[in-house]
Design a binder for this molecule. Structure first.
Ligand code: PEP
Ligand code: MG
Length: 858
């Protein structure tokens, strides 16, 4: 087959296809090429050929060349909707045209006003070859060379050294992602190559997926440790492969929700149990705890019928237009909801927006439409095929993502004007919602005030609906099995989402006991909320500061509502994640300033960038490391990239009012690191014209720093103990290791003795000592930490009211006794057992209600 040269059919600006605001073109689903932002109003033939497609609407034209290739010219985006208005065909179907012949005259002003975009894709469709030259990101005139195409063999041999541009590249990699290619990494993979021109696909176990489609990538079903082959062809194929490999071989960064206090870690799945056949009086169903809590209420059964739709289409153009319209409506609604959402709700919306734009779903839907089906039928068929593929993977995480797809299906079908599902918002007060499945959009449309609990036949603890329920504080059980939906409307239920049980129509005595428990819980929460805004002191008046760990402005706002007395740790790395490039100095400053303002003058401890280890950043590749947890992490990375450190310091030093912020350094192991950063601070202060000093603290999160705490305390202004890393490095157990998770307990006496040593050194030198690791939010640990000499706890925002309430019931003397006893124990379990011991038995706090409440009670 001969090569083909395409000449520009328009004068204008040649633009990469990715910039076309339509996933079908941007994702190269129809073919490869460029898009032109036109200046003229006549479309000319880019090559010789026969007109094989010229719709009535005259907004596009396809030529078939002598090579048998098809060249599609599409004037603007969404222009089919103009119904032919503004377009005049100058040729007719079947006509042969020569290069440079005028094809269509069009009204550019009308297009500019009425079309989604005037960008005009010029595409080579099919043919099995590849583009070997592409003139883009520059002005073009009619008739100048725009694209060169060559059949695959010719491209591989390549005239004039251009072959490499179209060469196919392959690389096999092992997937290091902790949970394989599930929803988030799939979205990150698609994003990683968004700016590339190469065609990239992933292949595994005989299946293949377009790397630009998160849905297709998920359906590959690749798990951690599995192998995939990356194939890429196109000018930047080699770099595209690198980008994909970087995502596949990196450990997964924490998600906002995994670090957010709003979404507590779901309880582990309960062992399967044979469910009773009936749901009669006194029956108990067991499920998986998705959101902890306890409730008594009446069953409100949600039965959702499928949205009815017609199968036959009313013409390809009409149905394509309809689907576009419905998707645009859903997109607009989601975007509007996103602007007012935060935390998990915002994440769900983001996920839905991503799925709505997924090229795989679009192609499949358009394919059904081309086969004569209606838009609704096509959309449902595309979604259901992906749902089926995800469910067939036998991976609960993937099956949970199927809920998001079904949700999106329903939203688009409703927008198409199909029959509306029964309303789900009319709930009686105190309702326990029973459903086969609940979709995120349904949950957010419910009146949370009336919802006492949720019980689902299906679902998983990490599904989006579970995360939303946990964030809203609604107790929820999932995976209760199909019998749950047989419960009669209005039946009395006791939902124990601590023990994972649903009691159906219990006797009066149990209802009474449950109501008493609820009222105790409510009273306790009310007390805690009241206490939360007060200054925190022990029962005998010792001041303990309870601050919050933050990752964002939304966290800061939540923390303030929960009574935070400032921020003890701002994990600034979360500003750097999920982006293509580092935030600028100005962006950083603005974000820190917003957080400072949200804290209303209370202290803001800004930790310098702590990346590396389990928090990699794609656009900041670190040198290849055998063991990243022991490599360039925390302050080491900052001293390796001093440019980033200096920018960050300047951004912090300019936050107003001067004196609200202090700086905290992660992963310190010797005093020289502290001195070097102090020198940078002095220089940065000079640059921004700041004369006031700023407090500089170090994190004690390596055994080395705890052991030299005396030396560090001479020069550091304060200490903050990072028990997460201190435990990992003391016990030599990876903090992300699933098999070791149960043993990775910061109450291990070895860790406690390093904390004790740190606190003693801090006191000797008159320095403050805080704990900002996860241990600070653990009610069992709080009294022990206080007893060891810690005077500041920086907790997850949601834990603040209960931690403050607990501290208010303790005396310092009790805490000290408790701490002494903890240091003498032989294991973390033994330390934990102290808190469960009845008062007096261990000589432990008697007046404080005897013991620290267990997590379940708090
Ligand atoms: C810690 O290690 O305890 C800590 C607070 O830092 P991070 O969890 O962000 O590593
Ligand atoms: Mg740490």
């Amino acid at each position: 087959m001969r090569a083909l040269v395409l000449r520009s059919p328009l004068a204008g600006w040649s633009t990469p296809l990715e910039e076309v605001p339509d996933p079908v073109f941007a994702g190269r689903m129809l073919g490869d090429g460029v898009a032109i932002d036109p200046l003229g109003s006549t479309l000319y033939a880019p090559c010789e050929g026969e007109v094989v497609l010229l719709p009535e609407t005259r907004h596009a034209i396809t030529l078939r060349t002598a090579q048998g290739l098809e060249v599609l010219l599409h004037l603007g985006v969404d222009t089919v909707g103009l119904g032919g208005e503004g377009f005049e065909a100058l040729v007719s179907l079947g006509q042969r045209v020569g290069t440079g012949d005028a094809l269509i005259r069009f009204d550019l002003d009308l297009l500019a006003r009425r079309a989604r975009s005037v960008l005009t894709p010029v595409l080579v469709v099919g043919g099995g070859g590849t583009l070997t030259r592409r003139v883009q990101s520059c002005a073009v005139t009619v008739g100048e060379v725009l694209l060169e195409w060559a059949p695959r063999s010719a491209a591989a041999d390549g005239p004039s050294g251009r072959a490499a541009a179209g060469e196919a590249h392959r690389r096999t990699v092992r997937v290091a992602l902790e949970h394989g290619i599930h929803a988030r990494p799939a979205a990150r993979l698609a994003a990683a190559i968004a700016g590339f021109r190469a065609e990239v696909s992933l292949h595994a176990a005989g299946r293949q997926a377009n790397a630009r489609s998160a849905v297709a990538l998920m359906t590959l079903g690749v798990r951690s440790g599995g192998q995939v082959e990356i194939r890429a062809a196109g000018p930047d194929a080699a770099v595209a492969i690198e980008a994909i490999e970087a995502v596949l071989s990196a450990a997964e960064p924490a998600t906002a929700s995994s670090v957010s206090s709003a979404a507590p870690t779901p309880a582990p799945a309960l062992p399967p149990r044979v469910q009773p056949e009936s749901v009669g009086s006194g029956a108990v169903l067991r499920g998986v705890v998705a959101s902890r809590g306890f409730a008594v209420g009446r069953a409100a059964v949600l039965r959702v019928r499928e949205v009815a739709l017609r199968e036959a289409g009313a013409g390809t153009d009409h149905e394509t237009r309809e689907l576009d319209r419905a998707q645009a409506l859903v997109r607009a609604a989601l975007e509007q909801a996103r602007s007012g959402a935060a935390g998990p709700a915002a994440e769900v919306i983001e996920a839905h927006l991503g799925l709505l734009a997924d090229p795989h779903l679009q192609v499949q839907a358009l394919d059904w439409i081309a086969r004569g089906k209606s838009a609704g039928y096509a959309w449902r068929a595309a979604i259901r095929a992906s749902v089926e593929a995800l469910c067939a993977l036998d991976d609960p995480r993937m099956a949970e993502r199927a809920d998001d797809l079904i949700d999106l299906e329903r939203q688009v079908l409703v927008a198409l004007g199909g029959e509306q599902a029964p309303p789900v918002s009319a709930l009686p007060s105190g309702a326990i919602l029973i459903a086969q499945q609940l979709l995120p959009s349904q949950l957010v449309s419910l009146d949370a005030e009336r919802l006492a609990g949720i019980c689902l036949a299906a679902g998983g603890a990490t599904s989006h609906v579970s995360i939303l329920a946990a964030a809203a504080g609604i107790p929820a059980l999932v995976a209760l099995g199909p019998t749950v939906v047989e419960i009669a409307e209005d039946t009395t239920l006791i939902l124990d989402a601590e023990a994972g049980e649903l009691l159906i129509d219990p006797d009066e005595r149990r209802v009474e006991a449950a109501r008493a428990r609820m009222s105790r819980n409510a009273q306790r929460r009310a007390r805690e909320r009241q206490a939360a805004q007060r200054e925190c002191r022990t029962a005998d008046g010792t001041r303990i500061d309870v601050l919050a760990n933050l990752g964002s402005l939304a966290d800061a706002e939540a923390a303030m509502r929960n009574g935070a007395e400032g921020c003890g740790l701002l994990r600034t790395e979360f500003l750097f994640l999920e982006r293509r490039q580092a935030p600028s100095e100005a962006e950083q400053h603005d974000e820190y300033q917003r957080i400072a303002r949200a804290l209303a003058g209370k202290p803001l401890t800004i930790r310098t960038l702590d990346i590396g280890g389990d928090k990699p950043i794609d656009y900041l590749p670190l040198p290849e490391e055998e063991n990243p947890a022991l490599g360039l992490r925390g302050v080491r990375t900052s001293l390796w990239r001093e440019d980033l450190l200096d920018e960050q310091l300047r951004a912090v030093l300019t936050v107003q009012p001067t004196g609200q912020c202090r700086i905290l350094l992660p992963m310190i192991t010797d005093v020289a690191e502290l001195r070097t950063v102090r020198a940078h601070i002095i220089e940065a202060s000079r640059r921004v014209g700041r004369t006031a000093p700023i407090e500089l603290g170090v994190m004690i999160e390596t055994p080395a720093s705890a052991l030299i705490a005396d030396v560090l305390a001479r020069e550091a202004d304060f200490f903050s103990i990072g028990t997460n890393d201190l435990t990992q490095y003391t016990l030599a157990m990876d903090r992300g290791h699933p098999q070791l998770a149960a043993r990775l307990d910061a109450l291990h006496p070895a860790v406690l003795s390093l904390i004790a040593r740190t606190a003693e050194a801090a006191h000797r030198h008159g320095r403050g000592v805080a704990v900002c690791g996860g241990l600070a939010s653990d009610p069992v640990a709080a009294p022990i930490l206080i007893g060891l000499g810690v005077h500041e706890l920086s907790c997850a925002p949601a834990a603040i009211p209960s931690v403050k309430a607990l501290i208010g019931e303790l005396t310092l003397e009790q805490c000290k006794r408790w701490a002494r006893e903890a240091l003498e124990q032989e294991s973390a379990e033994a330390v934990r057992a102290l808190s469960a011991a009845p008062a007096g038995k261990t000589g432990e706090p008697a007046s404080a209600g005897a013991r620290a409440p267990s997590l379940g009670e708090i």
